[in-house]
Design a protein around this ligand. Structure first.
Ligand code: ZN
Length: 501
């Protein structure tokens, strides 16, 4: 989600059921990973999950979901981060794999990376890093058979940029804070087409990942606050250094920020603790963010299934965007805090919209994943439609019409005929991307509501969110959910709105 000086643009903002075969084994006889935690042990993740999510999550681990154990050290005046990591990777395809491909984001989002050690099952391998596309290829010494597991080990040094032009500063350090978005090398998605590791454009989002499990031990200077995806599972605080462990999963990725001078206010809703972090001078906006997030979690949970984690963090951040989503944590642009709403400029309060939107991504991006480069409408347009439902649920017709009016204000930049909403990020210019995906996309869903009826549309989105919970949604999948719900053929509306000619 993004706002510019001229207009408000929003621009960035399987179930696995088989049992593990006998071929599955770790490099260490005891089956322990880098942090001394057994790969098969779901316990670190259960603390952070609501009760209903715990048994299915343990089953995903047993079925071979990827597991990450990471030691991350933040140093160099916050400008350098070193990473030592192991990934337990199970081949869930039907064919042997000769290589594993990871996406390495720092060069894409303005930083740099050097890999100093790479091993598979303890044996050194020649990793090939393509820093332009952010692609790291590890040869698998013996073809990895279906259901077999390999442990991938990497040591990497990350240079964090001070003020990058790319991606809104989500990977950035300042004198007293560092935002470490997309800092871990992450397994690319593999399917019948092979590995998906395309280079993302400099705008839009970069994530396309299977749901995985992360335990990350963060070593940082003492006295700075660490806020991360998931829940804190251990801590050791020294005079100079603090070490804190975080666990999150299922999740698409792991995010952490280290920052000084943020206060926290907290509210508990059901099993979920929601934290709003902001400078103490902006406590009014921090309270508004908390109220919005509490309402949003309740509204989206009733529409699309429960929020999966016990914690959700809303963090004020100097990013140059309205907001940005990560698993269990969202950033909201600091520039949006402390601004009184201006109805003459915005029919709905943009700060509230930003918080409601980023919270909505917990369902469309994280719980239901998708290719954010290839089919960005699946996360952004659906999240915007959820946000529309939020405004309607909270403010009735005023909220409904206000959000409609907000989308109208963005559509004026689009040519006639308007672009299709179902194209890759790279098919749009930055301005047509924002207007098409964030304004036209939710209007397509509103159009479907008139065509199908409100109940059928809500049933379809709930079925999509349930059937693809922790899987990867596609345009074909959501069309299938819609056609099942309405018992109708949507060839025409999809041809008119979604597919590129
Ligand atoms: Zn978004």
């Amino acid at each position: 989600m993004r706002r510019t000086a001229h207009t408000t643009l929003l621009a960035a903002c399987i179930l696995l059921t088989a049992t593990v075969s006998a071929a599955t084994q770790s490099t260490r006889a005891d089956g322990l990973g880098l942090l001394g935690i057994a790969w098969s042990d779901p316990t670190p993740f259960l603390h952070g999950l609501i009760a209903a999510e715990q048994t299915p999550s343990a089953a995903r681990i047993a079925a071979g979901a990827s597991l990450y154990q990471v030691r991350m050290t933040i140093a160099g005046g916050l400008s350098r981060t070193s990473i030592e990591m192991e990934i337990a990777f199970t081949n869930l395809e039907d064919e042997p794999l000769d290589e594993a491909v990871l996406r390495v984001f720092p060069p894409i989002v303005g930083g740099a990376v050097a890999i100093s050690d790479s091993r598979v099952d303890g044996h050194p391998v020649d990793a090939v890093l393509d820093p332009v596309d952010g692609r790291l290829t590890l040869p698998l010494p013996a073809s990895l058979l279906p259901r077999a597991r390999a442990v991938l080990r990497l040591v990497a040094q990350i240079e964090v940029p001070p003020a990058p032009a790319e991606h809104y500063g989500i990977l950035e350090y300042t004198s007293d804070a560092v935002s470490l978005a997309h800092v871990l090398p992450t397994l690319a998605v593999h399917d019948a087409q092979g590995w998906h590791a395309d280079r993302p454009p400099a705008y839009g989002d970069v994530t396309h990942a299977d749901a995985a499990f992360f335990v990350v031990e963060v070593v940082a200077p003492a006295g700075i606050r660490l806020i991360a995806s998931g829940v804190e599972t251990a801590q050791e605080i020294g005079a100079e250094i603090q070490t804190r462990s975080f666990a999150v999963g299922p999740a698409r990725e792991f995010y952490v920020t280290a920052t000084a001078d943020l206060e926290v206010m907290t509210e508990v809703v059901g099993e979920v603790t929601i934290n709003s972090f902001a400078p103490s001078s902006l406590s009014g906006s921090a309270a508004q963010a908390l109220t919005t997030a509490v309402a949003a979690v309740q509204i989206y949970s009733s529409l699309y299934g429960p929020y999966p984690y016990r914690e959700l963090d809303i963090v004020a951040s100097p990013i140059r965007a309205g907001g940005m989503e990560f698993p269990g944590l969202v950033l909201i642009g600091l520039a949006e805090y402390g601004k009184p709403p201006d109805p003459s400029e915005e029919p709905v309060d943009f700060f509230e919209l930003a918080v409601a939107h980023e919270v909505g991504h917990q369902w469309f991006y994280n719980v239901v994943g998708n290719d954010q480069l290839g089919e960005p409408w699946l996360d952004e347009s659906l999240t915007q439609f959820a946000t529309w439902r939020y405004f309607e649920a909270r403010y009735g017709d005023v909220g409904d019409l206000g959000f409609a009016s907000w989308t109208s204000g963005r559509l004026i930049v689009l040519p006639t005929p308007a672009p299709a909403i179902g194209m890759p990020v790279s098919s749009y210019s930055q301005s047509t991307y924002g207007a098409t995906i964030y304004a036209l996309g939710p209007r397509f869903l509103k159009q479907l509501e008139q065509l199908l009826g409100r109940e059928a549309l809500d049933d379809a989105l709930r079925a999509y969110a349930t059937d693809y919970r922790w899987g990867l949604g596609t345009t074909a999948a959501i069309r299938g959910s819609l056609e099942t719900a309405c018992q109708c053929d949507l060839t025409l509306p999809f041809a008119q709105w979604v597919y590129a000619n």
